[in-house]
Ligand binder design. Structure first.
Ligand code: GTP
Ligand code: SPV
Ligand code: MN
Length: 595
């Protein structure tokens, strides 16, 4: 197929031709990123039923999409790292040889775009032209993907201009094929800077700039080029004295990054003078600058956030961000052309269409007697970060923001205290490496199961996890000004299964302690697992915690931690001699401290 292309980049044109030969589309469209193009695509998707236009008075510029019921979360068991040597993918990734991977995917891709349009989306992760940024080009046959990429990344002609005639880019090949789970593969070729994803239309499987490029491929590049690609939110905390300090935090999927990134300070802390600036809610790219400190950008331009539980109380800034120009996926659709999900503002609708398109009303149950949900638990909104009231004025700065503290955390009903500080960088890396969390709906599988999720990167690290830990240790050595590392847990429960900590905006109370520690303003209690706060140093003014809750939140049960340490040891064994010795040292020191 001869193609007309708005670029002189020979390799790019050749690649598009090659992919078109394989998939046989009816036509090829280069995405320029213009408003007219957006309107046209929206119109076409509404005509075909791929999108529903929502009530233009109540939700202007908003659209609704349902993905296939078997395609509503990341498919981790169909996600592969395809390196020449199996050992380079490590024990925590699925591996396939590049040869086998291309062969299998080519079979599915072959002729799969017949009668469809092939879109070419040039995109930049990070501000166009920043030395931090990376360019990708995604090919897709999904308008939904184009419109989502338009929100989530910077796309179109400026990116092609930046690429010039021979700039390097990540080849991101995506096709829906027949959306059959048996014909689904999400393949990464870090050694060839290439991604092939076929058979899924769901976010993390199909918006290839996000997890595939910005984490799996980028983590590999980061190791090679001495920087870090992490599953982290970034937020600025403006203190009463007007100074803003930036914190990056890694929590597993659906464990509170979006919420923390745009939290609203509780009344008392607002009065004290605290204010929050949102830089990013999911991904951080970090590098060491000439000042010897760690600097971060958010490579994304939008939020792909969890809808259920989002309301004006839990996350007012998210609610304000999604009133216009937002794509809603797999939530419930109300008769008035607006949307609803479990835990949304307002009344529960008397009737709606659920995330599968079936008539729904409150009180329906499935065969097992469980309540039927209107929205899928992993239903999402896609909204431009520019619509967030707390957006940081430094978002577009090519330099990023300096990071003072790094937080790790997961969902732990027991064991992990509300907050603790590591003894030093290496111990902090250990806290990150041993993060465990109860599984959420963001990935297919059994919800609630506890699994280890090192640095919240288990599904996203593009190479051997042991080498990844080593990279963290090495970065620590190179940093003259190391951020302090902390571990937090907003999800500890009492005997009756009630959360002990109110969470959400109140988490700023914990962040205040974190910043005070960074500035050596408060002392801490040295325990066998790390530095814990003196209860009096967590500001609980205006908070009505159940009696004894703070004490319990900050308690360390030595018996339980001994058992936990044994689990760490077992977990680490799988990494063999690629686990850095420093990590074993941390593990054994913990054992010694626990006595
Ligand atoms: P991904 O987009 O999947 O990476 O997830 P995320 O880490 O951004 O998760 P998000 O902030 O969307 O939170 C997901 C769920 O956690 C929602 O149901 C929230 O209501 C809940 N949640 C967030 N913060 C807190 C908290 O501080 N306490 C409690 N109890 N729940 C929280
Ligand atoms: C996550 O699962 O961590 C997400 C959503 O942020 S997805 O883009 O599907 O990966
Ligand atoms: Mn995520």
């Amino acid at each position: 197929m001869k193609i007309k292309a708005p670029t002189q980049h020979k390799k790019l044109i050749q690649w598009v031709q090659e992919m078109a030969r394989m998939t046989r589309p009816e036509k090829i469209v280069w995405i320029d990123g213009s408003e007219e193009e957006k309107k046209k695509l929206e119109e076409e998707a509404v005509q075909s039923g791929e999108l529903v236009r929502l009530n233009p008075k109540k939700l202007p510029g908003c659209f609704y999409h349902r993905s296939d019921p078997s395609d509503v979360a990341r498919s981790e068991n169909l996600t592969y790292i395809c390196t020449q040597h199996k050992s380079d993918a490590g024990p925590t990734n699925n591996w396939m040889s590049p040869k086998e991977a291309y062969k299998r995917a080519r079979k599915i891709f072959s002729g799969s775009m017949k009668g469809r349009t092939l879109y070419v989306i040039p995109f930049s992760m990070g501000p166009v032209g920043s030395s931090f940024s990376k360019v990708g080009v995604e090919i897709t046959d999904s308008i939904y993907v184009v419109l989502n990429m338009r929100i989530m990344t910077r796309i179109g002609q400026p990116v092609l201009d930046q690429l010039g005639s021979d700039g390097s880019f990540t080849k991101c090949m995506h096709g829906k094929a027949d959306l059959n789970i048996g014909h689904r593969l999400i393949l990464h070729f870090p050694e060839e800077n290439t991604i092939w994803s076929v058979g899924s239309g769901y976010g993390g499987n199909a918006l290839l700039g996000k997890k595939c490029l910005a984490l799996r491929i980028a983590s590999y590049l980061g190791k090679r080029e001495e920087w870090m690609a992490e599953h982290m939110l970034i937020l600025g905390i403006e203190k009463p004295n007007g100074q803003i300090q930036y914190v990056a935090a890694a929590f597993p999927s659906a464990c509170g990054k979006t919420n923390l990134a745009m939290l609203v300070p509780p009344e008392g802390m607002k009065k004290k003078g605290y204010r929050i600036w949102t830089v990013g809610d999911d991904i951080a790219w970090m590098r060491i600058d000439t000042d010897g400190g760690l600097w971060a950008i958010n490579p994304e331009a939008g939020f792909f956030g969890v809808a259920p539980g989002t309301n004006s109380k839990s996350n007012p800034n998210a609610v304000l961000s999604i009133q216009k120009n937002t794509i809603y996926t797999n939530v419930a659709l109300k008769p008035d052309g607006t949307v609803w999900w479990e835990g949304a503002d307002g009344e529960i609708p008397e009737e709606a269409l659920d995330w599968r398109g079936k008539p729904w009303k409150p009180g329906l149950v499935d065969e097992a007697g469980n309540p039927l949900r209107g929205a899928h638990p992993n239903s999402r909104f896609t909204a431009p970060i520019s619509q967030c009231p707390s957006i940081s004025f430094r978002l577009e700065q090519h330099h990023g923001v300096p990071i003072s503290a790094i937080l790790f955390g997961g969902r732990r009903a027991r064991l992990a205290p509300l907050v603790m500080e590591s003894f030093d960088w290496n111990h902090g890396v250990y806290l990150g490496a041993t993060v465990a969390s109860e599984k959420t709906a963001a990935a297919e599988g059994v919800v609630g199961e506890v699994r280890r999720d090192p640095m919240a990167m288990l599904p996203f690290c593009g190479y051997h996890m042991g080498d990844y830990f080593k990279h963290w240790m090495d970065m620590g050595k190179k940093l003259e000004k190391q951020p302090r590392i902390f571990h937090v847990n907003w999800f500890r429960q009492d005997k009756d299964g009630q959360y002990l900590w109110p969470g959400f905006g109140e988490n700023l109370r914990v962040l205040e302690w974190v910043l005070n520690r960074c500035e050596d303003k408060v002392a801490a209690v040295k325990t066998s697992i790390g530095y814990l706060p003196n209860p009096k140093d967590i500001d609980t003014t205006g908070l009505s915690l159940p009696k004894g809750a703070l004490h319990e939140l900050l308690s360390v049960n030595i018996q339980d931690w001994r058992a936990e340490q044994e689990e760490h040891e077992k977990y680490f064994k799988q990494f063999g001699n690629r686990l850095p010795t420093e990590m074993w040292r941390e593990c054994h020191s913990l054992k010694r401290r626990l006595g």
